[in-house]
Design a protein around this ligand. Structure first.
Ligand SMILES: Nc1ncnc2c1ncn2[C@@H]1O[C@H](COP(=O)(O)OP(=O)(O)OP(=O)(O)O)[C@@H](O)[C@H]1O
Ligand SMILES: [Mg+2]
Length: 199
């Protein structure tokens, strides 16, 4: 399964989401971001950095029996098109400010020309945000599935203290109380990714 994470705008949560899903599922990550700290948060070999000179032929040879997350952010990359065309699901994280949503809508329109298996994740969603963003996205580009991911200190610290959130929640009652909702949101995202990929 190939999961491509994409938004034309930076800072929407692509790498955070990639790392979250990798920690929960054991999926590998391929990124074009040579400065990304994601590789240091994962066991050796789980994150691969594609150099600018690496062609998309390497992507085309990926073993689909394994789950790979393509976190291709940072700059317009000619390999992005291949990453979108190949994906079993394209996940688009977005913040909910007007300026972010405008770029997210453009991103979805671009992706949908090549692949319509799209999941939108409203990152840093507060209660009530999801409904508003759902109406905006559905009105602009169509009825794509949309799920929330809340703001959490464990996510801002995830690179430094990488741990599956499900494991964190299982460790103590206090953790379950603090991170239970976050864990439910992450599990819903992972489940929906699998459902869309199989559809
Ligand atoms: N839900 C969240 N809760 C707390 N912090 C978050 C959350 N999502 C993202 N962040 C923080 O916001 C910043 C940007 O997130 P991230 O690096 O995942 O974005 P990105 O889309 O990969 O950015 P880039 O385009 O630079 O690659 C990071 O410092 C990250 O730790
Ligand atoms: Mg990133």
């Amino acid at each position: 399964m190939i999961i491509t994470i994409d938004n034309l705008k930076g800072g929407q949560g692509k790498s955070t989401l990639s790392l979250l899903v990798s920690l929960e599922t054991g999926a590998g990550i391929i990124t074009n971001d040579l400065y990304s700290p994601v590789d240091k948060a994962l066991p050796a070999g789980r994150c691969i950095k594609m150099k600018p000179e690496d062609t998309d032929e390497k992507l085309k040879e990926l073993d689909r029996k394994r789950t790979v997350i393509l976190d291709f952010g940072g700059y317009a990359d000619r390999r992005m098109l291949t990453a979108i065309q190949m994906a079993n699901v394209v996940v688009v994280p977005t913040l909910n400010a007007f300026a972010d949503l405008q770029v997210t809508i453009k991103t979805i329109q671009e992706i949908a020309r090549h692949n319509r298996k799209i999941l939108v994740v409203v990152n840093r969603a507060k209660s009530g945000d999801l409904e508003v963003v759902r109406n905006i996205i559905h009105g602009a580009v169509g009825e794509y599935p949309i799920l929330p991911l809340k703001t959490s200190v464990v996510l801002s610290r995830l690179y430094k203290s990488p741990k599956p959130i499900s494991q964190l929640v299982a460790e103590s009652g206090l953790n379950a109380y603090m991170y239970g909702e976050l864990n439910q949101q992450i599990q819903a995202i992972i489940k929906t990714i699998a459902v869309i990929a199989k559809s």
